[in-house]
Design a protein around this ligand. Sequence first.
Ligand code: 13P
Length: 307
Amino acid sequence: MKLSLTVLAAALSGAGAFTALNNGPRTTTTTTTELSMHQRQRQPIMAGNWKMNPATEADALNLANGFCALLNQLEDTCAVDVKEGCTEVVLFPPFPFISKVKDIVSKDGISVGAQQVYYENKGAFTGSVAASMVKSVGCEYVLCGHSERRSLFSDSDANINQKVRKVLEYGMRPILCVGETQDDYDLGITQEVCAMQVTKDLRGVSKEDMSNVVIAYEPVWAIGTGLVCDAKAANDVHKFIRTILAKMYDDEVAQSTRIQYGGSVTPESVDGLMAMSDIDGCLVGGASLFADKFARIVSFKSSVVAA
Ligand code: 13P
């Protein structure tokens, strides 16, 4: 028998299964307002970025199986565009595990994506993976511009823009990651950084293609640190990003583009984030490596948030 979302959430949180990674809000506490699914204009999208984890294929398949077992107890998850008003779920395993993870999760309506691609079609680019390759193994999404790619692998905005366009050319959906570093945050230039990244990385992307683009606001100082951004502060950045989209495109694109928050999202912080008007989902790193934590995050809407 299927458990209701509420029962599952209560069971998961009551089990004490979660470690508190969150050291508290980065800025001031805020009051949140619950958004019902009817009030949501944009389909929620929850994504798990496994990064360079887990260590082996066996561990990856265990994680996928464990997550699906919990998800099967949820009543209304779905695949891309299957049903209005439901939560879309995407997993980003490392390249070698994508096919087998997809075999496990696709029957439950979960999509898989690639953590990155190169922007050339083919050729002598040792170690690189082309958009056609990940498309051919069933990827529907590709992360572009993740801060770890920007800082550790020198992904420039020009390269990220080429990747975004290549992903769209191959009929997949880029999740464009943007966000300020600790230094940027301290300098008070969060908006400037996000505006520059969004503008440069979406250069030449048509209005029509924007329906396939998801943006993830990931403040770099919040990634893997346990410092989740205050929900209201994150929401303000999301709203600001919509003003950039309105300038680049129009109000329709600004209001219809889905914008995720990423950075130390946990079962404890997800409900407050998802109660915000302009946060449409989460891009989850560390917590997505635990089936129970990610299942609880995906089931965010079961929780009642204090008004
Ligand atoms: P954490 O959830 O581990 O902070 O990672 C966030 C992230 O980088 C997702 O892409």
